[in-house]
Design a protein around this ligand. Structure first.
Ligand code: NAD
Ligand code: UGA
Length: 482
């Protein structure tokens, strides 16, 4: 990690000319029209009708979908389509004209993806900052006047320095103020979370220009977030707070999931345990729901990133502590798949299992790192057949997820297609469970709550076993932690 920065010779001029900076935000550009960029900018546009908000992306197909039918937006979030209806074409725009939007804006949000690196130094752990670096280069190439750059992506601590270095290396006659404003929305409740954030963190430099930039962003949030929830801090604290928050949330899930394994051995009940633990107000009841394991694009990658950071600074014990959160999560997913195999007589060869739910949680069409992927893989590896149903994840996405894991594993094209031949995707759960030996609830979609023995026996002839990985059913053959 190269943490050196070069100071800009134009800083004094810039400060002098931007004292009323906070008053001047008329155009916002957001680079990245994904799960964060789309909903976040939609809410800013709704709350700030006097500001023109343009969301840009290099993926022109995604931009087309943002500009297309409301029921086919690239991100499904309850309440999002209604906001898009109110703002799109008025002060919210989705565009592929990245350079123009950068040039027009006084404030630029970076909401690009920061996945785990797959090659090079830190592969498998460190965050891949390629997209962030490309954005910085793009901004530097295009910008003709001073800009506030807002880090919305989740980034390793001290990335702001790296961005600043890129910007000043490429362009020395324009000033860029970099502030950190990590996003805490959860998918499935993004709009609710954005309307009523627990807190908004704004990290900036303690310089005149830094404070002005923070103030400019603060003014935007103040339109709907109460003052006391807007917390100003230094850039590094803001960056690390994001990684730490995700690590703490994931740690609670791994803790309760590890206890679910003990419950199964001892006759204790994980729901009773969660309730008892959560009633202690010092602990609280949230994020204590046992499950098949957490998924989503961020918990795993952000913890791995934290682990990498700890190792980088020689904090090996701290690194090992956080790594364990991921290890327990992998264990929980395998444990659930193995339990299905064991309950079906230790062998699923030529047996059919319905996987109900592909999204990593309900109310989203996102399947990144979903437990369903690993469970499906394990069942197929063991010779089984699977029927998959999810109300929101498209068939093409399910196939893409499977192709991503099987593409590299398969010995040949024939091997790959033999795996796919044992997968069938359905558009309703009732058809998906017909003629199966087992059905497994992987995502807690509300429509699955009605499933019980009587209903299943009406629909099927096979008397399939029911595995509840989300603790949402009244009755089942196996419930996690029971
Ligand atoms: P995403 O993959 O849904 O969206 C990122 C978008 O950025 C993609 O559409 C991609 O095409 C675009 N992009 C990448 N490089 C680009 C470039 N150079 N120019 C233009 N467009 C570019 O990712 P996301 O889920 O929205 O996450 C974005 C960031 O926010 C990540 O750092 C993530 O950790 C963080 N975050 C995500 C969530 C969440 O719930 N998904 C919540 C909080 C924070
Ligand atoms: C999480 C955080 O909650 C957000 O604050 C953060 O902004 C976001 O990550 C991010 O940085 O991307 P998200 O992953 O969208 O949000 O959804 P969560 O509600 O946190 O659920 C994550 C996973 O944990 C899901 O698979 C969910 O089913 C699982 N989970 C959650 C449990 O298994 N048990 C619980 O008690 C809670």
């Amino acid at each position: 990690m190269d943490l050196e920065i070069k100071s800009s010779p134009h800083l004094g001029y810039w400060i002098k000319n931007n004292l009323d900076y906070a008053m001047k935000i008329k155009n916002i550009c957001c680079i990245g029209a994904g799960y964060v960029g789309g909903p976040t900018m939609a809410v800013i546009a709704l709350k700030c009708p006097d500001i023109k908000v343009t969301v840009v992306d290099k993926d022109s197909f995604k931009i087309e979908r943002w500009n297309g039918e409301y029921q086919n937006l690239p991100v499904y979030e309850p309440g999002l389509a209604d906001i898009i209806k109110k703002t799109r074409g008025k002060n919210l725009f989705f565009s592929s004209e990245i350079d123009k939007s950068i040039d027009d804006a006084e404030m630029i949000f970076m909401a690009v993806n920061t996945p785990t690196k797959t090659e090079g130094k830190g592969a498998g752990m460190a965050a891949d900052l390629r997209h962030v670096e490309n954005c910085a280069k793009n901004i530097a190439r295009v910008a003709k006047n001073d800009k506030i750059i807002v880090e919305k992506s989740t980034l390793p601590v001290r990335t702001a320095e790296k961005i600043k270095e890129i910007l000043s290396n490429y362009k020395s006659d324009v000033n860029f103020e970099i502030i950190s404003n990590p996003e805490f929305l959860a998918e499935g409740t993004a709009i609710k979370d954005l309307f009523k954030s627990d807190r908004v963190l704004i990290g900036g430099e303690k310089t005149d220009s830094g404070e002005k930039a923070v103030e400019a962003l603060e003014k935007i949030y103040k339109r709907w977030i109460p003052n006391e929830k807007i917390i100003k801090m230094n850039v590094w604290s803001a960056e690390l707070s994001k990684l730490a928050s995700n690590a703490m949330l994931a740690q609670r899930i791994s803790s309760i999931n590890s206890l679910s394994a003990i419950c199964e051995k001892t006759g204790a009940d994980i729901d009773e345990l969660s309730n008892a633990i959560g009633l202690d107000h010092r602990i609280g009841s949230k994020f204590l729901k046992a499950s098949v394991g957490f998924g989503g694009s961020c918990f795993k990658k952000d913890i791995l990133n934290l682990v990498y950071l700890c190792k980088y600074y020689g904090l090996n014990e701290v690194a090992e502590y956080w790594h364990q959160v991921i290890k327990i999560n992998e264990y929980q997913k395998s444990r659930f798949a193995n339990r299905i195999i064991d309950e079906l007589g230790g062998n699923v060869k030529n047996k059919k299992i319905a996987i109900l739910g592909w999204a990593f949680k309900k109310n989203t069409n996102d399947s990144r790192e979903s437990a369903s992927i690993k469970i499906a893989d394990k069942l197929i590896e063991s010779g089984g057949h699977i029927n998959i149903y999810d109300p929101m994840v498209k068939e093409s996405k399910i196939k893409e997820d499977l192709n991503n894991i099987w593409g590299s594993k398969s010995k040949s094209e024939k091997d790959l297609s033999s795996r796919f031949l044992r997968v069938e995707i359905f558009d309703n759960y009732k058809d998906a469970i017909k003629e199966t030996h087992a059905l497994a609830i992987i995502t807690e979609w509300d429509e699955f709550k009605e499933i019980n023995f009587q209903l299943v026996n009406q629909i099927t002839n096979n008397n399939p076993k029911i595995f509840d990985g989300r603790l949402i059913l009244e009755e089942s053959n196996y419930r996690i932690g029971k």
